[in-house]
Write a protein that binds this ligand. Structure first.
Ligand SMILES: Cc1cc2nc3c(=O)[nH]c(=O)nc-3n(C[C@H](O)[C@H](O)[C@H](O)COP(=O)(O)OP(=O)(O)OC[C@H]3O[C@@H](n4cnc5c(N)ncnc54)[C@H](O)[C@@H]3O)c2cc1C
Length: 600
């Protein structure tokens, strides 16, 4: 077969037949037949359902071996095209036309959803990508929709505690400790706490900020989200239909407060997570929480979820002569707005998003801003190019289906997708990029031309989504200096190698943050940081290192990323914590002996 059929009935029939064959081969443990169903260059990404890991297996024989191995334990059955989801359809993924179908299945432990993609093969449609996820644990379903709590307990016992009394008591933690402490109450912390709440896991968020939402509120004056509203919804409570496409930071910050209240999250503001140690015997943490007034509370949770974002520790580079500089030095996180700097001169070190945004903000307040570039930067227009990676969310399927499609893309295919997007955005941004190049702004398109999104996943920075600063640079309204032109900083500003001095009243270090491992060392010490290992960036299997899954340190979990990533992966992280709480899986990460990984 060289082509897939065009009409819906035929596509559905092919999808049903292929899934039936896969189901038969799996239940018969027939590895040869399973292998036959996939093309050589095929991929299986499992999110918990078969392996209790987030893991990808590449190549038909390895996929077949891993699936058969895992099936012995998980006993997946009842595979069927999901009638409640987007029906099988033809789409393009990484440039290739493919039949994409969403299916559901059951395992010994719960209910799963998945996606497969077929391409034409010599013997008929054949498997290219296969994706399985655990959606629900049997007997521990979320109490939503028809399964929602009745609320009787708040009203039947006259004189007894009503809803508000119960909320106040739950939030106080007077006589108990939570099972889970979430450190950080940005979207990552809110999302995981909301998910755990639905699974009945007692969870407390602590954040050092004074008010919920301050993580956004305290950012620079003119900030709006960089991607569109429909991509950014939070679990259970989508943003209102009336909201603007690009959500302003204070609006989002206020939403966070409403969200915490509506989702009944236990949230302690003005509370810093100061330190933690782990007792292997009773598998509990001893953590010190420090309130704003300096007093402390010790708690003994079973889990600590780090939701501290990327801004744990500022990265302050070693700059020649900085001690001699007489002006004001701030890290970009400490920069609030340009008003106090009207008519003054500022140098901004770093040409990522923060550097550009600070420069633009200063310029808008009539300050003379000059960017200092240390490394080539990936530049994309916020629109259209910056939105291309989210194109899927405009294809038509509901958010829930889009989220499943997003998780189903294995690393090698993701890489190709990003490379295609880079080509498209370079075409769209051609004029902008040429004009930036002409004024000496140094640019790249990331490792292996994978662009800004891969840079974000690999190192969390190194790119600029242009919201206007590039034009200011092109027009000379914001100055540009290459770092290697500078010899040293002096009292008045920066002295260049040719002896010229660039005077500055303000130096903003838009130099990013240290990784989460550095923060772990600070809060937990070296032993725990080493046990847990690196966080974020890709590990060898093409999965983000230690994100959203068990780490080498029992009871220590990480969640971070964009609003969309936090929405998607908070679900799977919550399921794992619930499974640990119920004794379904061990807190200890088994050595890499899982059948799926062993087959890699
Ligand atoms: C300018 C800009 C625009 C962005 N635009 C988008 C966008 O359009 N869409 C998108 O999805 N993402 C966007 N992002 C990226 C990302 O969504 C944000 O960085 C987001 O804030 C990350 O959320 P988080 O919850 O992981 O971490 P953060 O928001 O950084 O929150 C971490 C929280 O942890 C707290 N904390 C840290 N250490 C401790 C401690 N020891 N004790 C107690 N509390 C602690 C902090 O006070 C903070 O409140 C943008 C980022 C920036 C900077």
């Amino acid at each position: 077969m060289t082509e897939l059929p065009r009409n819906t009935d035929d596509l559905n029939a092919i999808a049903v037949e292929w899934l039936g064959a896969l189901s038969d081969a799996l239940s018969n443990g027939d590895q040869t037949q399973l292998e036959f169903l996939f093309q050589q260059d095929s991929h299986w990404r499992d999110v918990l359902a078969f392996t209790w890991h987030l893991t990808t297996v590449n190549g038909a024989s390895k996929v077949a071996a891993a699936l058969c191995g895992a099936q012995l334990e998980i006993k997946a059955t009842r595979f069927e095209i999901d009638p409640d989801r987007t029906p099988p359809r033809l789409v393009h993924r990484a440039g290739d036309e493919t039949l994409e179908a969403i299916f559901r299945f059951k395992t010994a432990l719960g209910r799963g959803s998945g996606i497969f993609r077929l391409v034409p093969g010599p013997q008929g449609p054949t498997g290219w990508m296969f994706h399985t996820t655990l959606q629900e644990l049997k007997d521990f379903e979320e109490k939503t929709g028809w399964n929602r709590p009745k609320g009787e307990s708040y009203a039947r016992d006259f004189g007894g505690p009503n809803w508000l009394d119960q909320r106040i008591a739950a939030q106080a933690y007077d006589n108990r400790d939570p099972a889970v402490i979430v450190v950080g109450g940005g979207q990552a912390g809110l999302d995981i706490a909301a998910r755990l709440g639905q699974l009945g896991v007692d969870t407390l968020i602590v954040d050092k900020h004074k008010r919920i939402g301050d993580n956004w509120r305290n950012r620079y004056h003119s900030l709006t989200l960089h991607n569109e509203v429909h991509v950014n919804h939070m679990p259970y409570m989508p943003f209102p239909e009336t909201w603007p496409t690009y959500v302003p930071k204070d609006k989002l910050a206020n939403w966070f407060e409403s969200y915490a209240d509506a989702m009944e999250l236990n949230f302690w503001t003005n509370t810093e997570f100061a330190s933690g140690s782990y007792n292997d015997k009773d598998q509990k943490w001893t953590v010190t929480l420090r309130y704003g007034d300096g007093s402390e509370r010790i708690m003994r949770p079973r889990h600590v979820v780090m939701a501290v974002g990327v801004s744990g520790i500022k990265n302050i580079p070693d700059l020649p002569g900085l001690d001699d500089y007489a002006g004001t030095v701030v890290h970009s996180t400490e920069y609030a707005d340009g008003e106090p700097w009207e008519g003054k001169r500022a140098l901004i070190l770093g040409t990522g998003n923060s550097g550009h945004d600070v420069a633009q903000d200063l310029h808008s307040h009539s300050a003379h801003a000059t960017l200092i570039q240390r490394h080539p930067t990936t530049v994309v227009s916020v629109e259209p190019s910056g939105q291309l990676v989210y194109g899927l969310y405009k294809e038509g399927p509901p958010t829930e289906d889009c989220d499943l499609i997003v998780t189903s893309i294995p690393f090698p295919v993701l890489k190709r997708t990003y490379q295609m997007i880079v080509k498209e955005s370079q075409k769209a941004d051609k004029e902008l990029l040429e004009r930036l190049d002409a004024v000496g702004f140094k640019m790249d398109v990331g490792e292996e031309s994978t662009g800004f999104q891969m840079k974000y996943l690999q190192r969390g920075g190194g790119y600029y989504l242009d919201v206007g600063c590039s034009q200011l640079i092109i027009d000379g309204d914001v100055g540009l200096l290459q770092f290697d032109e500078i010899e040293t900083f002096v009292a008045q500003g920066a002295r260049l190698k040719d002896g010229k001095i660039i005077p500055a009243d303000l130096l903003v270090l838009a130099t990013g943050y240290k990784g989460q491992q550095d923060l772990m060392r600070l809060l937990f010490g070296d032993e725990i940081a080493d046990r847990a290992g690196p966080v974020w960036g890709f590990s060898e299997d093409g999965e983000l290192a230690n994100m959203w899954k068990r780490t080498g340190q029992p009871g220590l979990w990480f969640i971070a990323g964009s609003l969309a990533q936090c929405r998607i992966y908070s679900k799977y992280l919550a399921l794992q914590i619930k499974a640990c709480e119920e004794g379904i899986i061990s807190l200890e990460l088994e050595p890499e002996t899982s059948t799926a990984i062993a087959a890699e």
